[in-house]
Ligand binder design. Structure first.
Ligand SMILES: Cc1cc2nc3c(=O)[nH]c(=O)nc-3n(C[C@H](O)[C@H](O)[C@H](O)COP(=O)(O)OP(=O)(O)OC[C@H]3O[C@@H](n4cnc5c(N)ncnc54)[C@H](O)[C@@H]3O)c2cc1C
Length: 438
Protein backbone atom coordinates (compact mmCIF):
# COMPACT_ATOMS: atom_id res chain seq x y z
CA UNK A 1 0.00 0.00 0.00
CA UNK A 2 1.33 3.41 -1.01
CA UNK A 3 2.02 6.04 1.62
CA UNK A 4 -0.20 9.14 1.44
CA UNK A 5 1.34 12.57 1.63
CA UNK A 6 -0.02 15.69 3.24
CA UNK A 7 1.79 18.98 2.63
CA UNK A 8 1.24 21.98 4.86
CA UNK A 9 2.46 25.30 3.44
CA UNK A 10 3.55 27.90 6.01
CA UNK A 11 4.95 27.22 9.49
CA UNK A 12 3.03 29.88 11.41
CA UNK A 13 0.64 29.00 14.25
CA UNK A 14 -2.06 27.77 11.82
CA UNK A 15 0.28 25.64 9.72
CA UNK A 16 2.06 24.17 12.74
CA UNK A 17 -1.22 23.20 14.42
CA UNK A 18 -2.52 21.72 11.15
CA UNK A 19 0.65 19.64 10.73
CA UNK A 20 0.56 18.50 14.38
CA UNK A 21 -3.06 17.30 14.10
CA UNK A 22 -2.52 15.62 10.73
CA UNK A 23 0.67 14.04 12.10
CA UNK A 24 -1.16 12.74 15.20
CA UNK A 25 -3.84 11.10 13.07
CA UNK A 26 -1.16 9.89 10.70
CA UNK A 27 0.25 7.87 13.58
CA UNK A 28 -2.93 6.82 15.35
CA UNK A 29 -5.79 6.55 12.88
CA UNK A 30 -4.61 6.82 9.29
CA UNK A 31 -1.29 4.99 9.29
CA UNK A 32 1.05 5.29 6.33
CA UNK A 33 0.62 9.05 6.13
CA UNK A 34 3.56 11.43 5.74
CA UNK A 35 3.13 15.01 6.83
CA UNK A 36 5.54 17.62 5.44
CA UNK A 37 5.57 21.25 6.53
CA UNK A 38 7.15 23.67 4.05
CA UNK A 39 8.37 27.07 5.27
CA UNK A 40 10.19 29.71 3.25
CA UNK A 41 11.99 31.15 6.30
CA UNK A 42 14.91 29.37 7.97
CA UNK A 43 12.76 29.02 11.14
CA UNK A 44 9.12 28.54 12.21
CA UNK A 45 6.76 31.07 13.76
CA UNK A 46 8.61 34.33 13.05
CA UNK A 47 5.42 36.36 13.54
CA UNK A 48 4.31 34.26 16.52
CA UNK A 49 7.44 35.43 18.34
CA UNK A 50 6.27 39.05 18.00
CA UNK A 51 2.76 38.47 19.31
CA UNK A 52 1.53 40.14 22.48
CA UNK A 53 4.66 42.35 22.47
CA UNK A 54 6.76 39.19 22.65
CA UNK A 55 4.56 37.66 25.41
CA UNK A 56 2.07 35.89 23.09
CA UNK A 57 -1.58 36.33 23.99
CA UNK A 58 -2.42 32.77 22.88
CA UNK A 59 -6.20 32.88 23.36
CA UNK A 60 -9.03 34.40 25.37
CA UNK A 61 -10.73 32.60 28.25
CA UNK A 62 -14.21 33.99 27.46
CA UNK A 63 -17.36 32.02 26.76
CA UNK A 64 -17.44 30.38 23.31
CA UNK A 65 -20.38 32.54 22.12
CA UNK A 66 -18.47 35.71 23.06
CA UNK A 67 -15.45 34.31 21.24
CA UNK A 68 -17.55 33.78 18.10
CA UNK A 69 -19.09 37.25 18.49
CA UNK A 70 -15.63 38.81 18.40
CA UNK A 71 -15.28 37.79 14.76
CA UNK A 72 -18.35 39.88 13.90
CA UNK A 73 -20.37 38.73 10.88
CA UNK A 74 -17.83 36.08 9.92
CA UNK A 75 -17.83 34.46 13.38
CA UNK A 76 -20.51 31.93 12.38
CA UNK A 77 -18.14 30.46 9.81
CA UNK A 78 -15.74 29.54 12.63
CA UNK A 79 -18.33 27.77 14.79
CA UNK A 80 -17.28 24.21 13.86
CA UNK A 81 -13.57 25.05 14.07
CA UNK A 82 -13.97 26.73 17.48
CA UNK A 83 -16.13 23.90 18.80
CA UNK A 84 -13.70 21.25 17.51
CA UNK A 85 -10.65 22.91 19.06
CA UNK A 86 -11.88 25.54 21.49
CA UNK A 87 -10.10 28.07 23.67
CA UNK A 88 -10.12 25.59 26.56
CA UNK A 89 -8.62 22.96 24.22
CA UNK A 90 -5.86 25.41 23.27
CA UNK A 91 -5.13 26.08 26.95
CA UNK A 92 -5.16 22.36 27.71
CA UNK A 93 -2.88 21.65 24.73
CA UNK A 94 -0.16 23.91 26.13
CA UNK A 95 -0.71 23.12 29.81
CA UNK A 96 -0.56 19.35 29.17
CA UNK A 97 2.88 19.92 27.73
CA UNK A 98 4.09 21.75 30.82
CA UNK A 99 3.49 25.39 29.83
CA UNK A 100 1.67 27.14 32.69
CA UNK A 101 -0.74 29.85 31.63
CA UNK A 102 -2.21 32.91 33.32
CA UNK A 103 -5.32 34.95 32.63
CA UNK A 104 -4.94 38.71 32.58
CA UNK A 105 -7.34 41.66 32.11
CA UNK A 106 -10.22 41.08 29.66
CA UNK A 107 -9.56 37.32 29.98
CA UNK A 108 -6.43 37.45 27.80
CA UNK A 109 -4.40 34.24 28.22
CA UNK A 110 -0.57 34.38 28.32
CA UNK A 111 2.15 31.87 29.18
CA UNK A 112 3.45 32.41 32.73
CA UNK A 113 6.93 32.68 31.21
CA UNK A 114 5.81 35.90 29.44
CA UNK A 115 7.72 34.79 26.34
CA UNK A 116 6.29 33.78 22.98
CA UNK A 117 9.38 31.60 22.55
CA UNK A 118 8.02 29.10 25.08
CA UNK A 119 4.81 28.74 23.04
CA UNK A 120 6.83 28.14 19.89
CA UNK A 121 9.02 25.56 21.69
CA UNK A 122 5.95 23.45 22.54
CA UNK A 123 4.66 23.59 18.97
CA UNK A 124 8.06 22.54 17.63
CA UNK A 125 8.28 19.67 20.11
CA UNK A 126 4.83 18.44 19.06
CA UNK A 127 5.81 18.60 15.38
CA UNK A 128 8.82 16.40 16.11
CA UNK A 129 6.80 13.99 18.31
CA UNK A 130 4.29 13.51 15.50
CA UNK A 131 6.97 12.85 12.89
CA UNK A 132 6.28 15.95 10.83
CA UNK A 133 9.09 16.58 8.34
CA UNK A 134 9.93 20.28 8.08
CA UNK A 135 11.56 21.73 4.98
CA UNK A 136 12.91 25.22 5.69
CA UNK A 137 14.13 27.82 3.19
CA UNK A 138 11.69 26.47 0.61
CA UNK A 139 9.21 28.80 -1.01
CA UNK A 140 6.10 27.33 -2.59
CA UNK A 141 5.40 29.12 -5.87
CA UNK A 142 2.37 27.17 -6.98
CA UNK A 143 0.01 24.30 -6.32
CA UNK A 144 -0.27 21.64 -9.01
CA UNK A 145 -3.78 20.48 -9.81
CA UNK A 146 -5.13 17.67 -12.00
CA UNK A 147 -8.84 17.04 -12.63
CA UNK A 148 -9.73 19.60 -9.98
CA UNK A 149 -7.77 17.71 -7.36
CA UNK A 150 -4.45 18.72 -5.77
CA UNK A 151 -1.44 16.86 -7.11
CA UNK A 152 1.58 18.57 -5.55
CA UNK A 153 3.49 21.78 -5.02
CA UNK A 154 6.01 23.62 -7.13
CA UNK A 155 8.90 25.19 -5.22
CA UNK A 156 10.79 28.35 -6.21
CA UNK A 157 13.79 26.17 -7.24
CA UNK A 158 11.42 24.42 -9.70
CA UNK A 159 11.37 21.23 -7.66
CA UNK A 160 7.99 19.47 -7.55
CA UNK A 161 6.76 17.53 -4.53
CA UNK A 162 3.75 15.30 -5.15
CA UNK A 163 1.05 14.84 -2.50
CA UNK A 164 -2.57 13.90 -1.82
CA UNK A 165 -3.60 16.80 0.41
CA UNK A 166 -2.45 20.40 0.81
CA UNK A 167 -3.15 22.77 3.68
CA UNK A 168 -2.44 26.37 2.69
CA UNK A 169 -1.55 28.43 5.78
CA UNK A 170 0.62 31.25 4.49
CA UNK A 171 -1.06 34.07 6.47
CA UNK A 172 -2.04 37.52 5.24
CA UNK A 173 0.16 40.43 4.11
CA UNK A 174 0.87 42.23 7.41
CA UNK A 175 4.41 42.44 8.80
CA UNK A 176 5.72 41.02 5.52
CA UNK A 177 9.27 40.75 6.87
CA UNK A 178 8.03 37.78 8.95
CA UNK A 179 7.24 35.89 5.72
CA UNK A 180 3.54 36.76 5.35
CA UNK A 181 3.69 38.33 1.88
CA UNK A 182 0.45 37.06 0.35
CA UNK A 183 1.92 34.19 -1.71
CA UNK A 184 -0.88 31.81 -0.72
CA UNK A 185 -3.55 34.37 -1.58
CA UNK A 186 -2.14 34.75 -5.10
CA UNK A 187 -1.98 30.97 -5.55
CA UNK A 188 -5.55 30.50 -4.29
CA UNK A 189 -6.80 33.26 -6.59
CA UNK A 190 -5.11 31.67 -9.58
CA UNK A 191 -6.90 28.43 -8.71
CA UNK A 192 -10.24 30.25 -8.92
CA UNK A 193 -10.92 31.31 -5.32
CA UNK A 194 -12.41 34.72 -4.69
CA UNK A 195 -10.23 37.03 -2.59
CA UNK A 196 -12.09 39.55 -0.44
CA UNK A 197 -10.09 42.81 -0.82
CA UNK A 198 -7.29 43.06 1.72
CA UNK A 199 -7.16 45.97 4.15
CA UNK A 200 -5.60 46.88 7.46
CA UNK A 201 -6.97 45.61 10.79
CA UNK A 202 -5.76 46.57 14.28
CA UNK A 203 -3.83 49.50 12.88
CA UNK A 204 -2.72 52.99 14.06
CA UNK A 205 -4.35 56.00 12.41
CA UNK A 206 -2.86 59.08 10.74
CA UNK A 207 -4.19 62.58 11.45
CA UNK A 208 -4.29 65.75 9.34
CA UNK A 209 -3.08 67.82 12.30
CA UNK A 210 0.64 67.69 13.09
CA UNK A 211 0.53 68.28 16.83
CA UNK A 212 0.44 64.53 17.73
CA UNK A 213 4.11 64.52 16.64
CA UNK A 214 4.91 67.00 19.44
CA UNK A 215 3.23 64.64 21.91
CA UNK A 216 4.77 61.43 20.50
CA UNK A 217 4.88 58.70 23.16
CA UNK A 218 2.38 60.37 25.50
CA UNK A 219 -0.48 58.14 26.68
CA UNK A 220 -3.79 59.59 27.86
CA UNK A 221 -5.79 57.27 30.13
CA UNK A 222 -9.55 57.24 30.86
CA UNK A 223 -10.43 59.58 28.05
CA UNK A 224 -13.50 59.32 25.85
CA UNK A 225 -12.98 59.02 22.12
CA UNK A 226 -15.85 59.81 19.78
CA UNK A 227 -15.32 58.97 16.13
CA UNK A 228 -17.64 60.50 13.55
CA UNK A 229 -17.78 59.29 9.95
CA UNK A 230 -19.68 61.60 7.63
CA UNK A 231 -20.17 62.11 3.93
CA UNK A 232 -18.42 65.50 3.70
CA UNK A 233 -15.54 67.32 5.40
CA UNK A 234 -17.42 70.34 6.78
CA UNK A 235 -18.55 70.52 10.42
CA UNK A 236 -20.79 67.59 11.44
CA UNK A 237 -24.52 68.20 10.98
CA UNK A 238 -27.44 66.37 12.56
CA UNK A 239 -29.12 66.14 9.15
CA UNK A 240 -26.38 63.97 7.66
CA UNK A 241 -28.28 60.68 7.67
CA UNK A 242 -25.23 58.71 6.65
CA UNK A 243 -23.27 60.04 9.64
CA UNK A 244 -21.97 57.29 11.92
CA UNK A 245 -20.67 57.55 15.47
CA UNK A 246 -18.62 55.32 17.76
CA UNK A 247 -17.86 56.49 21.28
CA UNK A 248 -15.79 54.63 23.89
CA UNK A 249 -13.72 55.28 26.99
CA UNK A 250 -10.13 54.03 27.08
CA UNK A 251 -6.52 54.90 26.38
CA UNK A 252 -4.89 56.89 23.58
CA UNK A 253 -1.26 57.02 22.51
CA UNK A 254 0.07 59.92 20.42
CA UNK A 255 2.51 58.88 17.68
CA UNK A 256 4.72 60.68 15.20
CA UNK A 257 1.96 60.54 12.56
CA UNK A 258 -1.27 60.43 14.59
CA UNK A 259 -2.85 58.18 17.19
CA UNK A 260 -2.61 54.60 18.40
CA UNK A 261 -3.10 52.55 21.60
CA UNK A 262 -5.35 49.58 22.41
CA UNK A 263 -8.65 51.41 21.93
CA UNK A 264 -7.61 52.92 18.60
CA UNK A 265 -6.43 49.50 17.34
CA UNK A 266 -9.73 47.92 18.37
CA UNK A 267 -11.82 50.57 16.63
CA UNK A 268 -9.55 50.90 13.61
CA UNK A 269 -11.37 48.27 11.50
CA UNK A 270 -14.54 50.33 11.52
CA UNK A 271 -12.63 53.54 10.86
CA UNK A 272 -10.79 51.99 7.89
CA UNK A 273 -14.17 50.89 6.49
CA UNK A 274 -15.50 54.46 6.77
CA UNK A 275 -12.41 55.84 5.05
CA UNK A 276 -12.72 53.22 2.29
CA UNK A 277 -16.35 54.29 1.80
CA UNK A 278 -15.03 57.82 1.16
CA UNK A 279 -16.29 59.25 4.44
CA UNK A 280 -14.59 62.13 6.23
CA UNK A 281 -13.62 60.89 9.70
CA UNK A 282 -13.08 63.01 12.79
CA UNK A 283 -12.30 62.07 16.37
CA UNK A 284 -12.93 64.20 19.42
CA UNK A 285 -11.07 63.48 22.63
CA UNK A 286 -12.92 64.25 25.85
CA UNK A 287 -10.08 64.61 28.35
CA UNK A 288 -12.41 64.67 31.35
CA UNK A 289 -15.39 62.43 30.54
CA UNK A 290 -16.42 62.36 34.21
CA UNK A 291 -16.87 66.15 34.37
CA UNK A 292 -19.41 68.35 32.59
CA UNK A 293 -18.60 71.58 30.76
CA UNK A 294 -20.01 73.52 33.71
CA UNK A 295 -17.92 71.61 36.27
CA UNK A 296 -14.67 72.21 34.39
CA UNK A 297 -15.57 75.85 33.86
CA UNK A 298 -16.22 76.23 37.60
CA UNK A 299 -12.87 74.62 38.42
CA UNK A 300 -11.06 77.00 36.09
CA UNK A 301 -12.86 79.99 37.61
CA UNK A 302 -11.86 78.84 41.10
CA UNK A 303 -8.19 78.27 40.20
CA UNK A 304 -8.03 81.54 38.28
CA UNK A 305 -9.45 83.53 41.19
CA UNK A 306 -7.08 81.91 43.76
CA UNK A 307 -3.99 82.45 41.56
CA UNK A 308 -4.62 85.63 39.51
CA UNK A 309 -0.91 86.41 39.07
CA UNK A 310 0.07 82.94 37.86
CA UNK A 311 0.88 82.22 34.24
CA UNK A 312 -1.80 80.19 32.40
CA UNK A 313 0.79 77.49 31.70
CA UNK A 314 1.43 76.80 35.37
CA UNK A 315 -2.30 76.56 36.09
CA UNK A 316 -2.94 74.16 33.23
CA UNK A 317 -0.28 71.84 34.66
CA UNK A 318 -2.85 70.94 37.37
CA UNK A 319 -5.27 69.78 34.70
CA UNK A 320 -3.13 68.27 31.95
CA UNK A 321 0.00 66.16 31.46
CA UNK A 322 2.90 68.65 31.43
CA UNK A 323 3.83 67.81 27.83
CA UNK A 324 0.37 68.78 26.62
CA UNK A 325 0.21 72.24 28.15
CA UNK A 326 1.95 74.27 25.43
CA UNK A 327 0.19 72.40 22.62
CA UNK A 328 -3.13 72.97 24.34
CA UNK A 329 -2.58 76.72 24.77
CA UNK A 330 -1.50 76.95 21.14
CA UNK A 331 -4.65 75.20 19.88
CA UNK A 332 -6.82 77.40 22.13
CA UNK A 333 -5.18 80.43 20.48
CA UNK A 334 -4.03 81.96 23.78
CA UNK A 335 -0.70 83.75 24.28
CA UNK A 336 1.72 81.60 26.29
CA UNK A 337 2.85 84.45 28.56
CA UNK A 338 -0.63 85.44 29.76
CA UNK A 339 -1.42 85.70 33.46
CA UNK A 340 -4.71 84.06 34.36
CA UNK A 341 -6.15 87.44 35.40
CA UNK A 342 -5.80 88.42 31.71
CA UNK A 343 -7.73 85.39 30.44
CA UNK A 344 -11.13 86.62 29.30
CA UNK A 345 -14.40 84.71 29.34
CA UNK A 346 -14.15 83.75 25.67
CA UNK A 347 -10.62 82.34 26.14
CA UNK A 348 -11.75 80.36 29.19
CA UNK A 349 -14.67 79.01 27.16
CA UNK A 350 -12.23 77.92 24.42
CA UNK A 351 -10.13 76.05 27.00
CA UNK A 352 -13.13 74.22 28.45
CA UNK A 353 -14.43 73.31 24.98
CA UNK A 354 -11.02 71.84 24.17
CA UNK A 355 -11.03 69.76 27.35
CA UNK A 356 -14.36 68.30 26.31
CA UNK A 357 -13.54 67.86 22.64
CA UNK A 358 -10.01 68.09 21.30
CA UNK A 359 -10.63 67.40 17.60
CA UNK A 360 -8.51 65.60 15.03
CA UNK A 361 -9.23 64.60 11.46
CA UNK A 362 -8.28 61.04 10.49
CA UNK A 363 -6.82 60.98 6.99
CA UNK A 364 -5.86 57.31 6.63
CA UNK A 365 -4.52 54.32 8.53
CA UNK A 366 -1.00 53.02 8.33
CA UNK A 367 -0.79 50.59 5.37
CA UNK A 368 -1.96 47.00 5.76
CA UNK A 369 1.68 45.85 5.71
CA UNK A 370 2.14 47.67 9.04
CA UNK A 371 -1.17 46.53 10.54
CA UNK A 372 -1.30 43.78 13.16
CA UNK A 373 -3.66 41.76 11.01
CA UNK A 374 -4.91 41.58 7.45
CA UNK A 375 -8.65 41.86 6.96
CA UNK A 376 -10.11 40.18 3.89
CA UNK A 377 -8.64 37.05 2.32
CA UNK A 378 -10.08 33.87 0.84
CA UNK A 379 -13.83 34.22 0.59
CA UNK A 380 -15.77 32.12 3.09
CA UNK A 381 -18.07 31.14 0.22
CA UNK A 382 -15.23 29.10 -1.26
CA UNK A 383 -14.44 27.13 1.94
CA UNK A 384 -16.44 24.38 3.64
CA UNK A 385 -16.70 25.50 7.29
CA UNK A 386 -17.12 21.89 8.48
CA UNK A 387 -13.75 20.79 7.09
CA UNK A 388 -11.82 23.91 5.89
CA UNK A 389 -11.63 22.26 2.46
CA UNK A 390 -11.86 24.37 -0.67
CA UNK A 391 -15.19 24.18 -2.48
CA UNK A 392 -13.29 24.56 -5.77
CA UNK A 393 -10.24 22.27 -5.59
CA UNK A 394 -10.50 18.85 -3.93
CA UNK A 395 -7.87 18.06 -1.36
CA UNK A 396 -6.96 21.73 -0.76
CA UNK A 397 -7.56 23.11 2.75
CA UNK A 398 -7.10 26.56 4.27
CA UNK A 399 -6.11 27.63 7.78
CA UNK A 400 -5.30 30.84 9.64
CA UNK A 401 -5.14 34.46 8.59
CA UNK A 402 -5.30 33.62 4.87
CA UNK A 403 -9.06 33.12 5.42
CA UNK A 404 -11.40 36.16 5.49
CA UNK A 405 -11.83 36.17 9.28
CA UNK A 406 -10.37 38.62 11.77
CA UNK A 407 -11.10 39.78 15.29
CA UNK A 408 -10.22 42.33 17.91
CA UNK A 409 -7.06 42.11 20.03
CA UNK A 410 -7.32 39.74 23.00
CA UNK A 411 -5.99 36.41 21.70
CA UNK A 412 -8.86 35.82 19.25
CA UNK A 413 -6.76 35.83 16.08
CA UNK A 414 -4.33 33.18 17.32
CA UNK A 415 -7.30 31.14 18.54
CA UNK A 416 -8.74 31.27 15.00
CA UNK A 417 -5.39 30.13 13.58
CA UNK A 418 -5.13 27.22 16.03
CA UNK A 419 -8.78 26.17 15.54
CA UNK A 420 -8.82 26.35 11.73
CA UNK A 421 -5.39 24.70 11.61
CA UNK A 422 -6.58 21.85 13.81
CA UNK A 423 -9.79 21.34 11.80
CA UNK A 424 -7.94 21.44 8.47
CA UNK A 425 -5.29 18.98 9.73
CA UNK A 426 -7.97 16.66 11.11
CA UNK A 427 -9.97 16.53 7.88
CA UNK A 428 -7.01 16.42 5.53
CA UNK A 429 -5.85 13.27 7.35
CA UNK A 430 -9.20 11.62 8.04
CA UNK A 431 -10.65 12.13 4.57
CA UNK A 432 -7.62 10.38 3.07
CA UNK A 433 -9.25 7.10 4.06
CA UNK A 434 -12.40 7.93 2.13
CA UNK A 435 -10.67 8.98 -1.09
CA UNK A 436 -11.99 6.05 -3.05
CA UNK A 437 -15.55 7.13 -2.31
CA UNK A 438 -15.15 10.78 -3.34
C1 LIG B 1 2.94 42.56 16.06
C2 LIG B 1 1.84 41.55 16.12
C3 LIG B 1 1.35 41.13 17.34
C4 LIG B 1 0.30 40.21 17.39
N1 LIG B 1 -0.13 39.78 18.62
C5 LIG B 1 -1.14 38.87 18.70
C6 LIG B 1 -1.54 38.34 19.96
O1 LIG B 1 -0.94 38.61 21.01
N2 LIG B 1 -2.61 37.47 19.97
C7 LIG B 1 -3.26 37.11 18.82
O2 LIG B 1 -4.23 36.36 18.89
N3 LIG B 1 -2.84 37.54 17.60
C8 LIG B 1 -1.79 38.38 17.52
N4 LIG B 1 -1.35 38.80 16.28
C9 LIG B 1 -1.96 38.19 15.06
C10 LIG B 1 -1.34 36.79 14.81
O3 LIG B 1 0.06 36.86 14.90
C11 LIG B 1 -1.73 36.25 13.44
O4 LIG B 1 -3.13 36.28 13.33
C12 LIG B 1 -1.20 34.82 13.24
O5 LIG B 1 0.21 34.81 13.28
C13 LIG B 1 -1.66 34.24 11.91
O6 LIG B 1 -1.12 32.94 11.81
P1 LIG B 1 -0.95 32.19 10.41
O7 LIG B 1 -0.28 30.90 10.74
O8 LIG B 1 -2.23 32.18 9.69
O9 LIG B 1 0.01 33.12 9.57
P2 LIG B 1 1.51 33.64 9.83
O10 LIG B 1 1.79 33.71 11.28
O11 LIG B 1 1.60 34.86 9.02
O12 LIG B 1 2.42 32.49 9.22
C14 LIG B 1 2.47 32.23 7.84
C15 LIG B 1 3.76 31.46 7.52
O13 LIG B 1 3.74 31.07 6.15
C16 LIG B 1 5.03 31.25 5.60
N5 LIG B 1 4.91 31.41 4.15
C17 LIG B 1 4.33 32.43 3.48
N6 LIG B 1 4.40 32.23 2.15
C18 LIG B 1 5.04 31.06 1.98
C19 LIG B 1 5.42 30.31 0.83
N7 LIG B 1 5.17 30.73 -0.43
N8 LIG B 1 6.07 29.14 0.99
C20 LIG B 1 6.39 28.69 2.24
N9 LIG B 1 6.05 29.35 3.36
C21 LIG B 1 5.38 30.51 3.23
C22 LIG B 1 5.53 32.51 6.29
O14 LIG B 1 6.93 32.64 6.21
C23 LIG B 1 5.01 32.31 7.71
O15 LIG B 1 5.94 31.61 8.50
C24 LIG B 1 -0.28 39.71 16.20
C25 LIG B 1 0.23 40.13 14.97
C26 LIG B 1 1.28 41.02 14.92
C27 LIG B 1 1.82 41.44 13.58
Amino acid sequence: MNKKNIIVIGSGPAGMMAAIRAGQLGQEVVPLTNVTLIEKNPTSGKKLLLTGKGRCNITNACDIEILIGNFRKNGRFLRTALNTFSNTDVMQFFEDRGLSLKIERQLRVFPVTDTAGSVLEILKKKLAENNVTIIYNARVDDILVQDNQVKGVLLRDKKEILCDRIILATGGISYGFTGSTGDGLRIAQRLGHQIIPLCAGLVPLKTRECYPKLLEGLTLKNIQLTFIGQTHRSAPTINDRKRQIISEVGELLFTGFGISGPLILSLSGQIVDWLNEGKAVFVTIDLKPGLSYEQINARFQREFSINPKKNIRSILKFFLPQRMVDVFIEIAGIRHDKQVSQINKDERHRLVVLFKGLRLEITESLPVEQAMITRGGISLKDINPQTMESCIIKGLYFAGEIIDVDADTGGFNLQASFSTGYLAGENAARLLTTDEHR
